[in-house]
Design a protein around this ligand. Sequence first.
Ligand SMILES: *Cc1c(COP(=O)(O)O)cnc(C)c1O
Length: 490
Amino acid sequence: MNPVQAAAGLVFEEPLLWERGRPGRMGYSLPRRDVEETPVPEALAAEPPEIPELSEVDLVRHYVRLSQWNVAVDTAMYPLGSCTMKYNPKTNERQAALPGFALAHPLLPEALCQGALELIAALECLLAEITGLDAVSLQPGAGAQGELAGMLIFHAFHRRQGRPRSKILVPDTAHGTNPASAALCGYRAVPVASGGQGILEPEAVARLMDEETAGIMITNPNTLGLFEGHVAEIARIVHAKGGLVYGDGANMNAVLGRVDLGRIGVDVLHLNLHKTFATPHGGGGPGAGPVCVTRRLAPFLPVPRVVHREGRFFWSEDFPLSIGKLQAFWGNFGVLVRAYAYILSMGANHLEEVSRLAVLNANYLRVGLRGDYEPAHDRPCMHECVFSDARQRPHGVTTLDIAKRLMDYGFHPPTVYFPLVVPGALMIEPTETESKEMLDLFLAAMAAIAAEAREQPELLREAPRRCLRRRLDEVQAARKPRLTGSPPAP
Ligand SMILES: *Cc1c(COP(=O)(O)O)cnc(C)c1O
């Protein structure tokens, strides 16, 4: 930062901590030593870590300034499809920060953390009731890890039946984590094409389902925002061949309290607590991806499991068929507290209302946008709507340009280029927490961008123009991140 800039109003530039650091500067001060000096272990003494030396104020300003440059659910609408970036009520944060929860050490003896164990047991019951399934493990740390747990359960189940299987059916609209989780368990993912209506057709599943196939992974509603209406029939086909049905519950925000997953034949389901049950996410974590299962699969759930006996809660590893432990300690407990607080503060009626409003908001946008953007289908949607850049491409404007331009209008971009079955997809999920005024502002911004695409396409290709950074090299940023203040690699 040059001195003229620094004296010319607010400066929106921020050096790296390594550039800010000065030798000898400290963020804390310890009292003078009043005990014998103990030499530092040799491994540490030999090479002090290369970390910058900073004062507390250096550090606070650095991170507060960076945080102010970010778009967040707390600053603007964040219609990132499939991610359910809803507003997260602050009371959940308050409950998770209660010292009894936030400071509980994971190695506390059970007698000293009965409240935490009771919360885990109670949340398991609530999630079982919400999904219509029988038993729950809160251990997985994200949706993808829930999928892995589910695939390990499939595998353990089939082995127990005496015949491990080699394949899994995965619809072409699935999230990339689905085939990846199946592959991690050694399954070959066999794609199933969606039908003309954008959903799975029982005949297509029947053609592929055989006794080498462990089961199917179904996301409902799917990533086109459409309700998979044939799940019950598909489940019958899969079960008849001895297979199992996995439900990817990332889109549960659309169907809370409305669909009994157990009754329509789902055997294993993961939830994304950070999406549906209001934990702030984006930027990487932490989350939680509980797995919910039917009674016959409960013996395979990860251990340890909370059990309640003679008035006390304790951890038990006594489940000989279990797939084992997936995570350090007991899962991401802070996220579980938030989900519990959210569910209790909403109550059953308001959880149903969440889905009603999420679906209403998405359909309001779907109808409001279809004059300017090409819809992926013309059916009423669930909690999100999908468009493409088909009408903008003739002007040389792509989905990426539209997404970048939205940032100039103050909105986080939608999910882009997913689902893969829609070329140039724009996947928009407003969530239930946006007001009609906010949705109208979004529609106005999208209409303005559509007009710009027709009249000044070059403007869009340069977007964002009003942001601190223009187009970043996303590949370079991911492959060669600058983490230590060293100059970027050539
Ligand atoms: C988000 C998402 C996942 C993965 O969940 P994570 O919690 O990000 O690991 C899986 N499937 C769908 C449809 C998703 O939207």
